[in-house]
Design a protein around this ligand. Sequence first.
Ligand code: 3DU
Length: 260
Amino acid sequence: MIVEERGMRLSFRLRMEESAEKKDSRIVLALDQLPEDGGDLTKKGIRILEETSPFLCGLKLNHHLVLPLGLFDGAKKIVDKAHSLGLPVIMDCKINDVGYTNRVIAENYYRAGFDAVIANPFVGWEDGLEPVFEVAEIMNRGVILLVFMSHKAAWEGYGQKIHDPNTGEPKLQYTVFAQKALSWKADGVIVGATFPEKIREVHAILGGKVPIYSPGVGAQGGDVKAAAEAGSQYLIVGRAITLADSPKQAARMFRDSVKK
Ligand code: 3DU
């Protein structure tokens, strides 16, 4: 049983763990590509969320859905609905700017109710992501770092060979990002389900101290079981659920294939 911490509210990380335990699911729904049948976007999103929620442990919204929904309008309604169904919500905004704007981006998403934001460690700590971690601490929310993305060109950035500034030794960029996730005390990292060998490598670095979230299941070709076996704690699934003939059955199928 997970105990309440910080007096009032569990940390984001424990909210996810508690939700996964309660729902007996490790599936996070990426509610971003909705059927193009002309209906109201917010209502459509809420309908799919309600239908699939018994099989989910969390929800993720992407920047490109929040744009037409409006942050304090449709997006907030979906966030509130997810919370009423017991699901924490992650904002996939891949924060990637200078510290000042990063702080305001995070504050706005947290004010709209999001439990965590996704950020890009390429911008570094000082005057980069430090302000995001500060706001997260104050508001008791989470920060998840991109460590290795799921698309084909991910190796061009996340997979490049670099020289460790301290030792001069050659290293792979994503291994350095995984180490930063530990030292910055991130609440999660993203490693694409399309690269199970990278998941395994990152998992070995993190030693179970930071959970791995893996998008890229289904529509992008990633296998949910292979990602889970390699060490992903949470599997992020979008189109393979939202565009299925029955989102409910698809969500159940993914949930069952990686039972906790
Ligand atoms: O491919 P899907 O439809 O299952 O959606 C995956 C979601 O995860 C989508 O919102 C995408 O923006 C996000 N994502 C990745 O696919 C890969 C990453 O490395 C990070 C986020």
